[in-house]
Design a protein around this ligand. Structure first.
Ligand code: CP
Length: 258
């Protein structure tokens, strides 16, 4: 298996590595910054190089929304989407679903709130898609500049306030503020935690049997007040553990038939 990350990662990259090693695979870890891409080698030639090595599965992350789609079926290896620009993060969504199923022993009928930087979040887009397929209701909240318009959303999604989301949701997924993708405007980060983050005041409004999630990495004291990151209702590190099992399942499903 080759981990081909053209964008930074900790959780996805290393959980795929742990998953592959637990399944007995050999793992090649590629970093664009210290590779021959920095000498001008094209991405096509880079991928051809890994094909020449006999790689069966390539785990690919790229900042371009459509790069991963564009290489599908062009090489002898299977391609796994480990994060496509701002539009898809399917393995994260599968681990989110697994974490929810483990908690509630069902999926259909659950109400999940997604709060924060939805505009730039590939996790939000993949979660919205999979939650809809599984007949779950989605509440969306966040700064007006970072959430879509109701008319552009599928019917299982509803824009709401963070206080309503806290009262109604079985799980609230807080999203990382993606400063690196905010090219056109500055967000007022000073008041973010107070208005859209998990803080002590909001914690009191959240249902006692609901859970807190975040795909990571967490900007502590922005999306979540630091001491709440590991509170009793948090499943943030459980999500990371479940990322290994989920990615083991993905790799097992793709097992090369040699
Ligand atoms: N959740 C997630 O994709 O984290 P990384 O960017 O660290 O892989």
């Amino acid at each position: 298996m080759a981990n081909l990350f053209f964008e930074n990662s900790t959780r996805t990259k290393f959980s795929f590595e742990v998953a592959a090693k637990r399944l007995g695979a050999h793992v090649l870890n590629f970093n664009e910054s210290n590779s021959s891409v920095s000498k001008g080698e094209s991405l096509y030639d880079t991928l051809k190089t890994f094909e020449s090595f006999g790689v069966d599965t390539a785990i690919v992350r790229h900042s371009d929304d459509y790069f991963i789609e564009s290489i599908k079926d062009k090489f002898k290896f299977s391609v796994v989407n480990a994060g496509a620009g701002e539009i898809q993060h399917p393995s994260q969504s599968l681990l989110d679903v697994f974490t929810l199923y483990e908690e509630f022993k069902k999926l259909e009928g659950l109400t999940i709130a997604i709060c924060g930087d939805i505009k730039f979040s590939r996790v939000a887009k993949s979660d919205i898609e999979i939650f809809g397929l599984l007949k779950m209701k989605v509440l969306l909240c966040g700064p007006e500049s970072l959430i879509p318009k109701q008319e552009n959303l599928p019917s299982h999604c509803e824009i709401t306030t963070i206080n309503k989301a806290a009262k109604e949701a079985d799980a609230i997924i807080f999203l990382r503020v993606q400063h690196e993708r905010h090219q056109m405007f500055e967000l007022d980060i000073k008041d973010y935690n107070e208005n859209f983050g998990l803080n002590d005041k909001l914690m009191k409004k959240i249902k006692k049997d609901s859970i807190i999630m975040h795909p990571g990495p967490v900007n502590r004291d922005i999306e979540i007040t630091s001491h709440l990151v590991e509170c009793e209702q948090s499943r943030i590190f459980k999500q990371m553990e479940n990322g290994v099992y989920t990615r083991m399942a993905i790799l097992d499903w793709l097992k090369p038939q040699r």
